[in-house]
Ligand binder design. Structure first.
Ligand SMILES: Cc1ncc(COP(=O)(O)O)c(C=O)c1O
Length: 390
């Protein structure tokens, strides 16, 4: 009765079950998987969402790409980051996930391929398959810093490849795609008519100084059809408000053709609410106080993790240039899943095993840098004490 776009197995995994049981039993958890900023103890100004009640939103005047005012406000965000993007090349969406769905509809027929980084955001399997595209992995390699395996990208390209997805900075590796990497990727993609989709939702969050300025930005490209994705969910810590965007770049003719077709898709759904469009400029401006708090906390927690782990020779914090996550390499004394379950049941600390993100081998733990610093430090201490030599 149901379509094969959905996963064959819907049962929760062992770790999710253990977490549920732990919570049902009323046991406290130091949750180092928390990725929802609205639950991480930041000070949101109580009237932050007041612009959503603007009476201008009482009038419904839909446009497939969103109101020009809201698109102009997003274009200004690119200006803040030193990139000139015309508001006419901004397409509003209800979230980044929605933006992916629009782009897969634009670019891919059933069975066409999209190259996705590995390790990366676990939702890519669902996001591609729900739109009938096939995800094909390419690797990110670690050697003191993360780089794209561009030879691997080239090998993974087939006549059915429609897009290469990059995440910069990536979740969970924290790696920005450098300007040189992006140039080489564009040189692979442009002649094959393969688009680049760049998820830049974490672009405002730099953990290692100077990394963001070394990153390549697709919104400035003129040689390959490219789509940069962003949204309020990460840029101002408001995932519940549901506003994302796509900045379209590339050769003018291709950009025009893509926008014409995106217009049909967006017009079919008109998914972005009027109140959020009316409020967009204010939310982007006022949300800066939340962004600043998040940026300060993730940096502080990242440095805390580095210093705490430096006292435990068996564990290594992988270099993370930006974003909200860090990766801890630990000895493979048991499987990642056994370790994560044991940390939960014995130490009441929740972490993500690396395999959730498709790390090629064990053992890696992924921790969110969002939790309040005291709780974060306590959780990290509990993880590390397992690996201390007596
Ligand atoms: C890489 C990446 N892209 C997109 C998203 C989701 O963004 P949105 O809430 O706008 O759909 C996340 C959320 O964690 C993410 O890690």
């Amino acid at each position: 009765m149901f379509s094969s776009r959905l996963p064959a197995h819907l049962a929760p995994n062992r770790l999710a079950k253990a977490l549920e049981a732990h919570r049902t039993a009323g046991r406290p958890v130091l949750d180092l998987t928390e990725s929802n900023p609205t639950r991480a103890g930041f000070d949101y100004p109580p009237d932050l969402l007041a612009p959503l009640a603007d009476p201008r939103a009482l009038r419904y005047d839909p446009h497939p790409f969103g109101s020009l005012d809201a698109r102009t406000a997003v274009a200004k965000e690119y200006g803040r980051r030193g990139l000139a993007v015309a508001p006419q090349r901004i397409v509003l969406t209800a979230s980044t996930s929605d933006a992916y769905s629009m782009l897969f509809k634009l670019l891919a027929d059933a069975g066409d391929e999209v190259l996705v980084p590995r390790p990366s955001y676990p939702l890519f399997d669902h996001l591609t398959q729900l739109d009938l595209a096939s995800p094909r992995p390419y690797d990110l390699d670690y050697h003191g810093a993360w780089t794209l395996d561009l030879a691997g990208v080239e090998r993974a390209l087939t006549p059915r490849t429609r897009a290469v997805l990059i995440v910069s900075p990536n979740n969970p590796t924290g790696s920005f795609v450098s300007r040189a990497e992006l140039d080489r990727l564009a040189a692979l993609c442009a002649p094959r008519e393969v688009a680049i989709i760049a998820d830049e939702v974490f672009a405002d969050y730099e953990l290692e100084e100077g990394s963001a300025s070394r990153a390549g930005r697709v919104a400035a490209r003129r040689d390959v059809l490219s789509f940069a994705l962003g949204g309020l969910s990460k840029s101002v810590g408001l995932p519940q408000v549901k506003l994302g965007w796509i900045a379209v770049a590339g050769p003018d003719g291709l950009v025009a053709s893509a926008l014409e077709r995106l217009e049909v898709i967006c017009d079919t759904y008109l998914a972005v609410s009027t109140p959020v469009q009316v409020a967009a400029a204010d939310l982007l401006a006022r949300g800066a106080t939340v962004r600043d708090q998040i940026a300060a906390r993730v940096t502080r927690n990242y440095h805390h993790l580095q210093s705490a782990a430096s006292a435990v020779p068996a564990c290594t914090v992988l270099r993370s240039d930006g974003g909200w996550y860090a990766v801890l390499q630990v000895p493979s004394l048991e499987s990642e899943e056994d370790l994560a379950v044991a940390l939960l049941q014995t130490d009441s600390v929740a972490v993500h095993p690396g395999y959730f993100f498709d790390f090629p081998r064990e053992s890696f733990l992924v921790v969110s840098l969002l939790p309040p610093t005291d709780a974060f430090a306590d959780g990290v201490a509990r993880v590390l004490r397992r690996f201390r030599t007596p």
